[in-house]
Design a protein around this ligand. Structure first.
Ligand SMILES: *Cc1c(COP(=O)(O)O)cnc(C)c1O
Length: 407
């Protein structure tokens, strides 16, 4: 394989293979530059990015407003730690809280940290506010979930690849089938402090629950005094044609977990967003992060909030998504078994008799389209929202050509 690859690419692949831990299986493309929806590799070949770093690049590569905010901040101050205040953090916290219609924000860095933070907050809320007996707090999650890679988070993963050989596991979690409100209702008891779910399961293959599911989760959690935590790290911030996928479902969770696009594809920025009756349980010294809320992250995060305030990106994702849906549904029966589309986010189930998802992703890359397989034979499409409709059409044309070549 390596011998066929252009020389620059081969050199970088060998280096990464030799010196990097093998915890990923990337496509053999070495990116050196990117702008908007396009990336260029070290050999000068251009690709249309239809993954957008798993939605961390919702606003595209090098968005001028975000890059300007970062560059201006680099020249002022980049890190203070939370031992002091910084003049970017307050505006970011206020802007994000207001965007979400909530009172408070806990700033962290990675998505997994936002999830870990929410687990701690929910447990503390359970003991201090709900009155759960010490050590008994239970959090209900969904089968097929993806919430990150820390030891506690993989403890409640149902994916053997994510969990096996990494135990002993953190107790206190129960998994129920996703999209099944009755199963959730049956699992809630007096020790339950929270239900943690993705409004759409991204890594599982863009799994969209039945329309009544999220409203029913909201109703059940409210009536049993349980927190509803929505992990919108991948589904939020424009991707599904709304600020939050919960908006599309007409529900307001107690806590939003945000990450990925919140950092504009420039720096890791995550957050837990909620009202004071929940987030207010944290006391000084109980939780924190050296880099959480740093001025560079806050400056970029504030600029991201600014982009979302107009609603333009949300509307654009919704409109392009409808177009994408039409194009993808036309492929059903022609190498595609099923498609699931939410805004500019699609899971395309390739007929496994034709090829694996991995093989399709490789063939797409040869044709200049970057996409990623997930769970065997599903291809995930999540281009930057700045993509043009004719570019999106071109990407689907390439998928069509790949499928035809395999038939
Ligand atoms: C990516 C992701 C995470 C973890 O975010 P990291 O920044 O990789 O730690 C958590 N939840 C969901 C839904 C995600 O998509």
């Amino acid at each position: 394989m390596t011998a066929e690859l252009a020389s620059e690419t081969a050199r970088y692949l060998e280096q990464a293979e030799e010196y990097g831990a093998h915890n990923y299986h990337p496509l053999p493309i070495v990116v050196s530059e990117a702008f908007g929806a396009w990336v260029t590799d070290v050999d000068g070949k251009r690709y249309l990015d239809c993954l957008a770093a798993y939605s961390a690049l919702n606003f595209g590569h090098g968005h001028p407003v975000l890059v300007d905010a970062a560059k201006a901040q680099l020249d002022r101050v980049t890190l203070t730690s939370r031992a002091f205040h910084n003049d970017r953090l307050g505006p970011f916290l206020e802007g994000l809280a207001k965007l979400a219609g909530k009172q408070m924000v806990l700033p962290m860095n990675t998505g997994a940290e936002a999830v870990e933070s929410a687990v701690k907050i929910a447990r503390a809320w359970g003991y201090r506010v709900k009155g759960v007996e010490p050590g008994r707090a239970k959090i209900i999650v969904a089968e097929g979930n993806f919430h990150g890679r820390t030891t506690t988070i993989i403890s409640f993963s149902t994916d053997p690849e994510a969990r096996a050989d990494f135990g002993p596991y953190t107790p206190g979690f129960v998994a129920v089938p996703y999209g099944d409100a009755d199963a959730l209702a049956a699992a809630i008891d007096d020790d339950t402090v929270a239900v943690l779910i993705e409004p759409i399961q991204g890594e599982a293959g863009i799994i969209i629950p039945p329309d009544e599911y999220l409203p029913e989760v909201r109703r059940l959690t409210r009536s049993s005094n349980v927190l509803f935590i929505a992990d919108e790290i991948q589904s939020g911030l424009g991707r599904t044609g709304a600020t939050f996928q919960c908006d599309n479902a007409g529900v307001i969770p107690d806590l939003y977990l945000l990450g990925k696009a919140l950092g504009g594809g420039i720096v890791p920025v995550s957050a837990v967003v909620g009202d004071a009756d929940v987030l207010g349980v944290l006391r000084p010294g109980e939780h924190g992060s050296t880099f959480g809320g740093n001025p560079l992250a806050a400056a970029v995060g504030l600029a991201v909030v600014g982009l979302l305030e107009s609603g333009d990106y949300q509307r654009r994702a919704a409109a392009l998504g409808e177009h994408l849906r039409g194009r993808l549904e036309a492929l059903i029966g022609r190498g595609v078994l099923a498609v699931r589309v939410a805004g500019l986010w699609a899971g395309v189930d390739i007929d496994p008799a034709l090829a694996s998802g991995r093989r399709v992703a490789e063939l797409l890359a040869e044709r200049g389209v970057l996409a990623k397989d997930t769970h065997g034979s599903t291809i995930r499409l999540a281009p930057p929202i700045v993509i043009e409709q004719d570019e999106l059409d071109w990407a689907v044309d390439q998928l069509e050509a790949v499928l035809a070549s395999l038939a």
